[in-house]
Design a protein around this ligand. Sequence first.
Ligand SMILES: N[C@@H](CCC(=O)N[C@@H](CS)C(=O)NCC(=O)O)C(=O)O
Length: 380
Amino acid sequence: MSMKRVVALLGVLALTLVACTGDEATTTPAETAATSAGEVATTVAEVTVATPPTGGTLARVQNRGALRCGVGDSAIGFAEPQEDGSYNGFDADFCRAVAAAIFGDADAVEFVGTTSAERFTVLAAGGVDVLFRTTTWTQSRDTELGGDFGPTTFYDGQRIMGKAELGFTDASTVADVDGARVCANAGTTTEKNITEGARVAGAEIELVTTEGTPEAMELFRGGSCDLITSDGSRLFGERFSAVANGEISEGEWIIFPRSPISKEPLGPMYRQNDSQWADIINWTVYALVIADEKGITSANIDEMVADPPDPEAGRLLGVGEDELQTKMGLPADAFAQAIRAVGNYDEIHVRNLGPLGITRAGSINARWTEGGLIYAPPAR
Ligand SMILES: N[C@@H](CCC(=O)N[C@@H](CS)C(=O)NCC(=O)O)C(=O)O
């Protein structure tokens, strides 16, 4: 962990102490999380933090006037840092949607860039209200880290990328990684999956973990790592942009194996035992999915609000008596505001991942009506 990172994180934690709890800073939930997960950097674990907030996240966010949303430091297509401190990307747009639902203002977000390793500690300590951070829903994270998961926003799967000049082809398998130096982000399912997968395939690897993907890509580019492994979307995105900007030609970087080596359901994570907050995050995501099913978009939202296509759309957009948003502590038009600001699920996907060549059609991220897994319960 770099010094800059430690200072930034300490800042977040200090803010949390003052803003969120005012409690004596005696307990160390970060340590608990670190020990049980074995996944967070030691420097973080040494920080003494206050009792993490439980419940009441909505009130804290409203008092602050902004959502604090944990995203990746630099994840192409998902969380790309901008000069003004904000982020663009698939994950960042879900942060904006939640802010729009709460405040009617998609810019009421303080983005907090986090490394893979520190994200759970930052969440547990109250440094962010929610993580939208290419975070895979796993049993241990759900049970040991004091968090809960919301609906999967992107079904991913882990792949490996190597150079054709080293003999890798798209028919390569995990067994072919034998003897390779493999780069992966620290604190991820990625490093665990490749370690386990290589062992099962009888391959010996030297695992090199980095704080972030940009560092791993540098080592891969320079040849210090023979292979890089990550969520497949990330590898496709990196390769697509390297071809697009002329760094490599088509076919130089190979992504394998043909089927992913793991399931990586990515979605929001928030502190456990805050049912109202869970509802708000979950139903904001679901609203964007239902809007996609019904063809409600950022372009036609005003017409849809004026004349909803069916009763469910009317409820979801806050038109009429039977809307449900106010029962969750949100304004009746919360989801109309979210759709107006960032568009429906499809618009978010196409806007952020389309330019990287990642399409929904034929993938598990297609609509459920088209053979995919993107599905929402009814707004009733
Ligand atoms: N989904 C995996 C991997 C998460 C991860 O580290 N993803 C990379 C690739 S998308 C990332 O966020 N990189 C951005 C960064 O390093 O800032 C997990 O939850 O452990």
